[in-house]
Design a protein around this ligand. Structure first.
Ligand code: CDP
Ligand code: CDP
Length: 228
């Protein structure tokens, strides 16, 4: 892994993090890690067991049984939870509605953060989430904080939704704003821009422009490091 670096991408829901992180990883032959999928997988699991996020004691008791597998595949990553296929369901409205409440639980965060750090020990990782630049990989060589207006983020997310008939655009904007608020206001590792992160407002940028700007930051970093 000589010459490889780690790239941290954080930001609010629908900013374009996962789509862009995946493409950047593809272009650099790096490995993409979707940490949001891990919080979603945990949410799906506790939901199935009927354990509410307010019942923290029960969540922590059950946590050792939780096994999350992120499996890279041709049509994107698959997610399995305790051997059960959950790829589609972790993106459902039911999971959206609850994920930020489970994500406030310190013991759950500690467990997932330690798994995420292990994945990044070997450099060449593009990891996206909310606390990657601040908490998970504070030493990442390139850090991006990606944003866009909430209307643009909701518009992008709506287009790719399977449950369009179950929700209006207004409701989606409200749901996203509420999730952003919970993520920004929580006590442990809230969503915020790391001091050394580069702010990228993608409201008026195409996917290609965003990908290109991140890849060029990474190439510049590696070149300058090699020059000493
Ligand atoms: O794709 P989207 O932006 O809708 O969300 P996600 O990245 O899949 O993350 C879902 C939720 O997981 C977030 O709203 C956070 O509550 C939580 N999360 C977190 O707390 N820390 C992370 N590193 C990643 C996700
Ligand atoms: O991971 P995150 O929640 O930040 O966002 P995403 O799921 O990667 O992006 C949401 C949608 O916005 C995807 O369908 C992207 O293709 C789209 N998008 C876009 O149209 N233009 C951009 N500059 C970035 C994302």
């Amino acid at each position: 892994s000589y010459g490889k670096i780690n790239i941290a991408i954080d930001g609010p829901a629908g900013a374009g993090k996962s789509t862009i992180a995946r493409r950047v990883a593809g272009l650099l032959s790096y490995v993409y890690v979707d940490t949001g999928a891990m919080y979603r997988a945990a949410t799906w699991y506790f939901n199935q067991l009927g354990i509410e996020p307010e019942d923290e004691e029960k969540v922590l008791q059950t946590l050792p049984n939780l096994v999350i597998e992120l499996i890279p595949g041709e049509n994107g990553q698959r997610v399995r939870v305790n051997g059960q296929e959950a790829t589609e369901e972790i993106r459902s409205l039911a999971v959206n509605a609850k994920v930020s409440r489970y994500a406030q639980i310190e013991g759950l965060r500690n467990r997932l953060v330690s798994l995420q750090r292990q994945m990044a020990l070997r450099k060449g990782i593009v990891m996206d989430g909310r606390d990657i630049g601040t908490t998970v990989l504070p030493d990442a060589e390139v850090k991006i904080f990606m944003t866009a207006s909430v209307e643009e983020r909701a518009r992008r997310r709506y287009k790719e939704m399977k449950e369009q008939n179950q929700i209006t655009m207004e409701q989606l904007i409200a749901d996203m704003s509420e999730r952003d608020r919970l993520d920004q206001e929580r006590e442990i590792s809230p969503l915020r821009q790391a001091e050394d992160a580069v702010l990228l407002d993608t409201t008026n940028m195409t996917l290609e422009e965003v990908v290109e700007s991140i890849v060029s930051m990474c190439r510049t970093f590696v070149r300058e490091r090699e020059l000493g």
